[in-house]
Design a binder for this molecule. Sequence first.
Ligand code: ZN
Length: 419
Amino acid sequence: MLSALSSLDVSIDEAAQVPTLTLAPRQLHHYLVGLQSIRSRLDALLCSVTADADRAAVQTTTGHRSTASSIGASTNADPGLISADRVLGRWLDEFPLFADAFAAGILTRRHVHALKKIDIPRTHLDLIEAQQYLIDAAAGCTWRDFAHVLRYWLLGADPDGDEPAEHKRGRRGSIRTLADGMVKQVNYFDPLTGAAVKNAVDTRAKAFWRADLDAAARATDDEFTARTHAQRMADASAELQIGGHHATAPPGSPPLIHIVMSEEVAEDALTRLADPDGVAAGRYPSIDPDRLPLDAHDVDGRCELIDGTPIHPAEAVAFLSRATLRRLILGPDCEVLDLGRAVRGFPRRLHQALLASGRGRCAFDGCDSPVSWLEADHVFPWAKGGRTSLRNGQLLCGPHNRAKGATINPDPPIPPQRE
Ligand SMILES: [Zn+2]
């Protein structure tokens, strides 16, 4: 046992000696990826050993009241964190496949934490059954996509719609002045109201990012420092609430939220809207636990925000009376087959179709930019004769769009795209 600890200690010392600042960016990237996966494995080890220590009641050797306080007192670590390790470790007793995947570095601590959160009485047995499926999902997608998979999985466990009512009741907000005079604001919204608020703030923050880039390009002064992302988010919130000159959307401006529904879900939702007393009391046929659109290419059964966040159809129904509906038919691989005719200009229609089929992701693998940052882009550059069409379209976030322009065609620069 002691030799295992000392060889780990030596290995960490060696790793700390790596001159990271002299590594090429690619090497540094690999190094950090490796370290992150080792951290995950260490987290897994800590959870399982802490659970074992708890079972063995190690605190009896020091006289503390719990394992967490005993280990905390010997290490100066926060007993709350040790206790959280113990809780995760004990929870994994019932989920051996999750425990193995965690130990192997396939699941991270955050994955396990998120999985534990969806282990509620009505899902417990299903979750035990679904272990391998959810591990595969976690291994094959980004963290954000995995969160969406879990959301859908939970909707499948809640076909009657208890959750939307809980969301509505759960809205709350606070704003208070802190001791140093800063003001802190915290709000919780139901998913759809929250999406509209988030969309508005993200959109403003992106406009600020553009303005900052321009200012940086013009700046002759070495002292120039751009705002951080967090500062732009704060500025955007303040402007929207206090009312800067962009704050109010002009009448007839585009809707603030996009909801993507499959035909089946939309028809059911519209029927409920027309007859709120009749069908509304019943179950939602569109939520079939065995046929949820968990895969990125699944089309049937979709009910989600345009960034792929699943929402309960009951939540969407409440918004439908204020919505503009557009038809967009996707083929089996999320390929856009028909766009409908309700939209005016081609570019916006193209943009929305790309958003819906790509679930609001930047085409750059693993990028987590928010939807409001995405720009329609020509796969084959427009400047070289690429067509403005769905087939030649993809969505890239602002930074990746610029990066692409810089790597593919540094000289001459690609002219501004006209779509
Ligand atoms: Zn991106």
